[in-house]
Ligand binder design. Structure first.
Ligand code: SAH
Ligand code: SF4
Length: 356
């Protein structure tokens, strides 16, 4: 048995070509089989009714689709949808779909949990469980397409659970599946990798010729303050991460979660502007969602607006993001934590919170 969904596209093609040739199938079968992985996916080979029944049976034995099992599906009053996918061994991951005008942005996970322990992050609190395979990463999009082919995501962001650059081989393959015409054909500029800045893998990402967007989770403009929030600062410090951005001949985004009294002072906006301006970076200001360390509180709206204004006054493009899906706790890793802690939402039923 081979999990075709977890193979890089060219390897999946090679495996299918060899297998069909060995069976003495005509060459055009490859062109019927491969689109069923991503372009026009099927849940099981049984559904590929353009293929003879005997071939479907053989495919199901040799290349079964594992797929993701939907645990809960919640819809926020603002239209944000959260999907909790159940994996083997009691693990679960989540994806969040954020509709905005014509855009449908899907926020996907790259790992079960995360080893990096940023103090404000619910996933960080879980610790690291395991890496996702390329198939599990890209299947978060695939499952949505299977549910509703016309409602496919237009944008994908690696901002769910996990640190994508610590699962580079799988993320590398998943990026191709998302972007390539033989995959989902989502434009590279519509795919964003969000990372704390794992320096060696940043170099790998920079080497790819597609212009994937890059978002760096900065959260503090000084090493000392960043270390208080993000233990990874010890290994890949602020200066080294910013220097690594020179390899990207494209505009990067700096992410900054505003935490009341911790990193939202006006002077810090000035220091952040001094870092962002020379890079020509866009600063994404994120209101703190609950789920991280209990003693952290979001910045007040006034402080957030003042922080944004101060950046703009120094010529930095800054956007204060709206909180989305708060009523279904649609931030980094939160549903999983609720389920684990015996929260009020049960796994196993399709649930809807708020209006559809
Ligand atoms: N590990 C990667 C990608 C996943 S986290 C990274 O850290 O970039 C995606 C984004 O969600 C990051 O910018 C992260 O800082 C942010 N985030 C984590 N916890 C949050 C919270 N409690 N409130 C708001 N944003 C949060
Ligand atoms: Fe991991 Fe990102 Fe959460 Fe930090 S913010 S703990 S890197 S998922």
């Amino acid at each position: 048995m081979t999990d075709l969904l977890s193979l890089p596209l060219h390897e999946a093609r090679a495996v299918v070509e060899q297998w069909t040739a060995e069976r003495g199938e005509p060459a055009y079968r490859v062109r019927q089989i491969l689109p069923r992985l991503w372009e026009r996916p099927v849940r099981s080979w049984d559904e590929a009714t353009d293929l003879p029944a005997s071939l479907r049976t053989a495919l199901a034995e040799r290349f079964p689709f594992t797929g993701l099992t939907l645990g809960t599906h919640q819809i926020s009053s603002d239209g944000t949808q959260k999907f909790l996918w159940l994996l083997a061994e009691g693990d679960a991951i989540e994806s969040v779909l954020i509709p905005e005008g014509k855009r449908r942005t899907l926020c996907i996970s790259s790992q079960v949990g995360c080893a990096l322990g940023c103090i404000f992050c619910a996933t960080g609190r879980m610790g690291f469980r395991r890496n996702l395979s390329a198939g599990e990463i890209a299947s978060q999009v695939r499952e949505l397409v299977l549910r509703d082919p016309v409602a496919r995501p237009t944008n994908v962001v690696f901002m769910g659970m996990g640190e994508p650059l610590l699962n580079w081989p799988a993320v590398d393959a998943a990026l191709s599946i998302l972007n390539h015409p033989d995959g989902f054909g989502i434009g590279a500029r519509h795919i964003t990798v969000s990372t704390v800045g794992i320096v060696p893998q940043l170099a790998q990402l920079a080497k790819r010729r597609e212009q994937f967007r890059l978002a760096i989770s900065l959260h503090a403009p000084t090493p000392a303050l960043r270390l208080e929030l993000m233990p990874i600062e010890k290994k890949y410090g602020l200066a080294e991460v910013l220097a690594a951005l020179q390899q990207f001949r494209r505009r990067v985004t700096l992410e900054y979660v505003l935490i009341g009294g911790r990193n939202d002072a006006p002077e810090l906006a000035d220091q952040l502007a001094a870092l962002a301006a020379p890079l020509g970076a866009l600063v994404n200001l994120l209101p703190l969602h609950p789920g991280g360390a209990a003693d952290l509180t979001p910045s007040s709206r006034t402080r957030m607006l003042a922080f944004e204004r101060r950046l703009k006054a120094r010529g930095v493009e800054a956007v204060l993001r709206r909180s989305r899906g708060l009523d279904i706790s649609a931030a980094c890793g939160q549903l999983r934590v609720e389920v684990l802690e015996g929260g009020r939402r049960k796994v196993g039923a399709e649930q809807h919170a708020g209006v559809e």
